[in-house]
Design a binder for this molecule. Structure first.
Ligand SMILES: [Ca+2]
Length: 350
């Protein structure tokens, strides 16, 4: 079936076509290669991945560093003496395709709800109950510290939840304290809140100085949220042959450059690149992809739909390793694999 699909996609004429038999050979080489078979990631479907294990705590921290958020919402409500209602929320908002991963995170914490939003094809995991935040979420992130600057949001968020626990949020003074804290969380106050609280005095936002990556599972969680596995095919100007290049990269706001440098040191490969307010770690050297990046994520798996891109990335790496990318049939397979990766991946292709 896979071969048929490959052939169909490449519009090859099957009969009497020597490229076809080369392709079949290359394909079976790929499937039968022991290296390929040793790659758990390549032979297990994403659904199996989502149902097998309990997530590693450090994976959850890394994923939250990438995709999680800690928010305080303040909105008008006549029911309250102050006229304002305050809600604290930990949430992870993903594409609906990643619903199985959100369910894994929900069962990891044992609290929270998941809402799917049809209009934009997304899903949100949320924890809003004060008791659940106090008994489960906050103690967890106190024990397993976030590594990005998002930890500052968590610390400020926690101080609001403590005020709420002490019922200070229902007093005027408590409300002002919370507004001052909220002003330093994430993007600060909305324009509307600024109008209502013109005398806001934002509290100091802590600077997070992470000095080590405590566990490789953090890198797999953070990469599952933030990394890209790219394949590019470009014509070499000197000999007009096509070159296949693989690249692993993570892009972040420049405020986390020190952390990205720690990742680079941890991996012992790659380089940092800066442009405007973003910093990117990028690994392009093929031997580093093959000997460092792929084995790391074999051992500490990428979770969620991104694993499909990683699997494709591994397949291309194998073809390049065997120098099949220099043959017409190998290149043709790489083009097919590439055409379904990342943004072009069909939603139903699982
Ligand atoms: Ca992010």
């Amino acid at each position: 079936m896979m071969i048929n699909k490959l052939i169909k996609t490449n519009n090859l004429v099957i009969q009497n076509n020597p490229t076809y038999s080369r392709m079949i050979q290359t394909y079976f080489k790929l499937v039968l290669n022991p290296w390929y078979q040793n790659c758990r990631m390549l032979t297990t479907s994403v659904h199996t991945y989502c149902s097998i294990s309990v997530l590693d705590p450090w994976f959850v921290v890394g994923f939250t560093d990438g995709e999680g958020s800690f928010t305080i919402t303040i909105y008008k409500d006549k029911e309250y003496v102050t006229g304002w209602h305050i809600q604290a929320m930990y949430q992870i908002h993903l594409h609906a395709k990643d619903l199985p991963l959100l369910k894994q995170i929900q069962s990891f914490f044992g609290v929270g709800t998941i809402q799917t939003i049809k209009s934009n094809n997304s899903a949100i995991y949320r924890v809003t109950h004060k008791k659940e935040l106090i008994e489960r979420i906050i103690p967890f992130f106190d024990k397993y510290n976030l590594l990005t600057q998002k930890r500052a949001d968590f610390e400020l968020f926690k101080s609001v939840v403590i005020l709420m626990q002490n019922r200070e949020h229902i007093t005027k003074e408590g409300l002002i304290k919370i507004v001052n804290i909220k002003a330093s969380i994430n993007k600060g106050l909305s324009n509307t809140l600024m109008e209502y609280f013109p005398n806001v005095l934002p509290v100091n936002r802590p600077i997070i100085e992470t000095t080590e990556i405590p566990d490789p599972a953090w890198i797999s969680g953070f990469s599952s949220a933030e990394a890209c596995f790219d394949v590019t095919i470009a014509k070499n100007n000197s000999n007009l042959k096509y070159q296949t290049k693989l690249r692993f990269r993570i892009t972040q706001h420049v405020r986390d450059r020190a952390l990205l440098d720690l990742i680079r040191k941890y991996l012992n490969c790659g380089r940092l690149e800066y442009s405007r307010d973003v910093v990117e770690i990028s690994v392009t050297k093929f031997s580093d992809i093959l000997n460092i990046v792929i084995p790391l994520f074999e051992k500490y798996p990428i979770q969620g739909v991104k694993v499909l891109n990683f699997k494709d990335f591994c397949k291309v790496a194998l073809l390049v390793k065997d120098r099949d990318h220099l043959t017409a049939s190998g290149l043709s397979i790489i083009k097919t694999i590439k055409s379904r990766m990342n943004n072009s991946r069909d939603e139903n292709d699982k």
